[in-house]
Design a protein around this ligand. Sequence first.
Ligand code: ATP
Ligand code: MG
Length: 415
Amino acid sequence: MKFQKSPGTQDILPGAVERWQYVEGKARDICRRFNFREIRTPLFESTELFQRGVGETTDIVEKEMYTFIDRGERSLTLRPEGTAGVVRSYVENKLFGDPDVSKLYYIGPMFRYERAQAGRYRQFHQFGIEAIGAVDPALDAEVIALGYTFYTEVGLKGVRVEINSVGTPAVRAAFRERLLEFLNPKRELLCKDCQSRMDRNPLRVLDCKVDQAHFEGAPSILDSLDEECSAHFEKVKQCLTDMGIPYEINHRLVRGLDYYTHTAFEYKAEGIGAIDTVGGGGRYNGLVSDIGGPEQPGVGLGLGLERTILLLEHQQTELPNLHEIDVYIVALGEAADREATRLVYQLRMQGVRAERDYQGRKMKAQLKSADRLGARFTAILGDDELERGEIALKDMAKGEQRMVAISALAAELQA
Ligand code: ATP
Ligand code: MG
């Protein structure tokens, strides 16, 4: 019997996982600076939460959810995105009682039944943030800026920010009529999904991946915005300009999720096959009340970590080697081997990243091992050196070797 991982899932092995740790570390560090705090919610929730919170006419709910009935006959779904669970938790735990805006972030796996390809998986990871409790456009801009800062600080080049306003439900209802006037004559040219969306949620047609060529000359929702929506959008743009965040306006950007109001945005980059979106988000003033909470506005984003890492690889971005060890202790002889056990443990307790041989190998093989591990130093311990209480310390970059007292090794390495 041979087992293989399920389609659309990935093993992240040592060697690759350091990139993940680096990227996740950056996300946490940036969140700390922007005063977002981590929230951890369950990997599965009631199916109804996503049906309501994500929207019945979205790709996610229509065809991508991992839904199952548990032994207690509840319908549960592996979370396909992070916002619904965070908002559910915000309501359930009454975080709205906090006089300050709730600024939350999460990092973790999401599940969608999709056709797997580069940058598209069935289990993937998102870094997301949610800011709930204020309508201030400065908060929309802060969320957009945080995502942009993340891409910049992990070292990606050429990530563009596209923004749009999808208005309020009333604005969308008016726009919907104008859009249908434009779409109706083209109905037969559009894909089956779009034809069905035209009847149920025409705005989502603009989000279609296959029909973009037919949308040349489509009306712009920006021309349908009322005064309040325009003012909000203007202020978001102004805040971005004030912070020096570059952006472009894309009036066709609608995002897949139904709960967005006002601001919608995406981060785009070239380099992952046909995929050009690496993350996105928007404002969702209706979501908290939609899932049974009080009227509380929110804004958030979700960034795909696989796509971030694929781009880092594509751009051959140099990342710091997080795994590199400080010293490899080469032990020769029985007494030295025994001392190595004590010494390596001692060094580790003093904060030094230390490694040794476990296979009784010859000096040459041990040195090769030190090389593979990227050891900054090797320290060679033979029975003679041991008797003198010394060890031969070699700086691998400089190629210099000198004798140091075993008792002073940790201090030497830390200097
Ligand atoms: P797409 O248009 O590529 O299907 P989406 O609109 O479904 O994306 P969102 O729900 O907005 O994506 O999720 C935010 C981000 O999460 C995406 O920009 C992407 O980086 C990542 N993402 C979404 N689905 C997947 C997936 N199946 N595999 C890997 N990453 C994904
Ligand atoms: Mg999708």
